[in-house]
Design a protein around this ligand. Structure first.
Ligand SMILES: Nc1ncnc2c1ncn2[C@@H]1O[C@H](COP(=O)(O)OP(=O)(O)OP(=O)(O)O)[C@@H](O)[C@H]1O
Ligand SMILES: [Mg+2]
Length: 339
């Protein structure tokens, strides 16, 4: 039986969780989802991919539990269960020594939440737990020189949060996390469709509309698609022709909230680092940054170049992965969480 388990990285997202095993790469990429029975005992039926499959088939009998909300642990037991499940899936149970685990967190997480997450990961089977802010991991994952004496700005737009950080010399200089991301965009589309088109749609439909049609700036040649839902007026099923212009209007609020967060961080950034950012641009990571033309929208509003990472949704886990391969780089500050 091998003695020590390999170091492991976890990008614990609101929507998706990925695990990286040092020496092997990304081994798990599944929804951050646990489904339980709708009884008093909340008997767990499935986790991750299996949970999504099962929930899609019998939603009346099952309940989906989101253990992470806005990047924070919202259900301790379920988070622990979820991480234990993924750790087993990643490395099995054949090691005598437990692994060291690096986990992503939103910027500015307070000590209570850091402690709760650290405990959950420890109970799930980790020997040591290191916490790393998502934009820092995202910056490494997108190949930025985070340890150099230059300012790099990274905006990680996930499902639950947008994390903005200016990074220099291996640390965060200024940062902010706001509870706005892909999920808020889906909600904005659901609300708009209900209010303006009298059509009620579920989250999955809204997410699909976002991916297929929505844009952050109006298109020169607008497109439209047929959206199917429940007619609010007579509760029968109905369809509506929904245009990219309407989708753009619906997403105004979340896009502006992301812009405000970036502005607020820029305002607090020392001038020398601001000059670096003007030159090097703002780097977007996270699945939410794939909203069509969001990079162009931010660039036009701030008059700064904006670069979308090559694989935005994987930047964070790739950055954490790099740290698992080079664990000596995890600074003492990050080790504070390991108390
Ligand atoms: N092509 C696309 N256009 C718009 N949004 C997209 C696209 N592809 C994925 N997304 C959105 O990206 C989000 C998931 O991104 P990601 O996996 O980075 O989030 P997460 O890490 O789970 O969340 P968080 O970091 O906020 O906790 C979802 O809201 C999804 O709808
Ligand atoms: Mg994320």
């Amino acid at each position: 039986m091998p003695f020590t388990a390999p170091d492991i990285g976890i990008d614990l997202g609101t929507a998706n969780t990925s695990l990286y095993v040092s020496g092997r790469g990304i081994v798990v990429s599944e929804p951050t989802l646990v489904v339980v029975e709708r009884d008093n005992h909340r008997t767990v039926r499935a986790v991750g991919d299996e949970a999504r499959f099962l929930y899609g088939r019998s939603p009346e009998k099952l309940m989906a539990v989101s253990s992470i909300r806005n990047g924070q642990v919202s259900d301790f037991d379920m988070t622990q269960l979820l991480i234990r499940y993924f750790l087993r899936k990643a490395i099995g149970i054949s090691y005598l020594g437990k692994p060291r685990v690096i986990v992503s967190i939103p910027c500015g997480m307070d000590d209570v939440n850091r402690k709760a997450l650290t405990e959950a990961v420890r109970y799930a089977g980790a020997r040591h737990v290191f916490l790393i802010e998502k934009p820092f991991a995202g910056a490494i994952g997108s190949g930025l020189p985070v340890y150099d004496p230059v300012g790099n700005m990274v905006v990680d737009i996930g499902a639950g949060t947008t994390d903005v950080a200016v990074i220099s010399l291996g640390g965060l200089v200024v940062s902010q996390s706001v509870p706005v991301g892909g999920a808020r965009m889906d909600e904005a589309l659901m609300n708009y469709l209900k209010r303006e088109c009298n059509i009620i749609v579920g989250r999955n439909t809204a997410e699909k509309v976002k991916m297929d049609l929505a844009t952050a700036i109006p298109l020169e040649e607008p497109r439209s698609i047929l959206v199917r839902g429940i007619n609010q007026l007579n509760t029968s099923s109905g369809t509506v022709q929904f245009s990219s212009t309407q989708a753009n209007e619906a997403l105004k609020e979340p896009c502006e909230a992301i812009l405000r967060a970036i502005r607020s961080v820029l305002e607090r950034t020392p001038p020398e680092l601001c000059a670096d950012i003007m030159r090097g641009g703002i780097h977007l990571t996270g699945g939410g940054s794939m909203l069509f033309a969001l990079d162009q929208y931010i660039s036009e509003k701030l008059e700064i170049p904006v670069l979308l990472a090559r694989d935005p949704a994987d930047c964070c886990i790739l950055g954490i992965g790099y740290l698992t391969e080079n664990i000596q780089l995890v600074t003492p500050q990050d080790k504070r969480a390991d108390k």
